[in-house]
Design a protein around this ligand. Sequence first.
Ligand code: BG6
Length: 443
Amino acid sequence: MGFKKGFLWGGGVSAGQCEGSFEGDGKGRAIREPENFHEPAVDFYHHYPEDIRLFQELGMKAFRTSIDWSRIYPDPWGEANQIGIDYYRDLFEKLNEAGITPIVTLSHGGDPYPLKQIGEWSSKETIDLFMKYVRTCYEKFGDLIPYWLTFNEVNCGPAVAGRGFGGEPPQPYDFVYNALHNRLVAGAKATVLLHEMYPESRMGNMLGYFAIYPKTCNPKDNIKCMQKTNVLHHICGEVQVYGEYPYFVKSFFKEHDVNLNITDEEREVLKKGTVDFVSISYYCSDVISHLEDRPIVSGNLVGGVDNEFLEKNGWGWHIDPEGFRWVLNDCYQRYKKPIAVVENGLGSFDTLEDGKVHDDYRIQFLKDNIGQMKVAVEDGVDVFAYCMWSPIDIVAASVKTVKKRYGVIYVDVDDEGNGTFNRYKKDSFDYYRHVIETNGEDL
Ligand code: BG6
């Protein structure tokens, strides 16, 4: 038993990490962008027809990207930006014409900067402004998009904000979890609206999913591991799939002085707006110890204790394909929904020489991870899509550099925007094309 017929092999990016933002086309500054925000990234915004041709040559069946809210509504209270709408409309049309199914995230880092005036997601007004944007997206592009995702890695937000990230001070738990709650309500409303406007379309949530291991068999490590897993994955997962907060939030919120501002109407929306499928990202696993003094290694947003059984990538993230099998089984067992893997890949320094990139390390990563996904499918997990991160080089989110390259397509550009922006197929391009061609039979 292998991957099902029609399996959606693809690749994923986020708008903000690939498009670039140019003066003159009406895009506003997003919260994640610096003051002087006009940066080219890999200039997908001007190269997408060429890039789609390369995706087609790769055999991609699906392309996951996001719509940048700040490109559609530079001012969330104002008028929609027609140039932004035309751009996305054309992008999704061209993907469909190329036989590539768009999987589109409504929110992946593009929140408009002016939301800062009202405290971003801590304000209930942001839910209404988001719904205005969502309605525009459905009206303008809904006929072209069969799969939508609400918020990228919505579960990682609290971990990041609670710890302080990118120089920001840590936020109090009460603030963090109320802001998360508003996002969850907005996601449920977006799901209800999608089902009303396009009953055939499918909505997924998106969780950053980690295999988290106890450091030792000391029961204290195991309990700590359970608690971290519950809080990190399952507050969001349970709300989005089952429509209500899980049992353990009561004590967790009490311990951290969180007073959830939830209305009866919101409870009903959460119940009604549950997702049709679950989507996840998987990059690495973590280890947890009850001892405070263990050295912490880095990881995708949430780091953990060192795992001596695993190798690490150039940024210190554990490489753990078997953890991927565990994650898929764990997610399916808990949520019993079809799963789309929308991020999984290796960021590395690549060298372009004579138009070639010999990235055997990326081939190995894909081989091992897709191999373990195949084992999970054989275990009985219902996986229907795999979008590797990413088909083309992008700007890495955590370290804000294009030097951490993810693509099977190389883009000749550096962090200052110098370069030809020419695209080159890496060795991994041919490997992944073969995987797709054989529907994952020959890895
Ligand atoms: C995920 C994000 O957390 O990790 C992506 O959804 C991001 O946007 C990816 O690119 C890899 O992280 P990084 O920091 O290496 O880009």
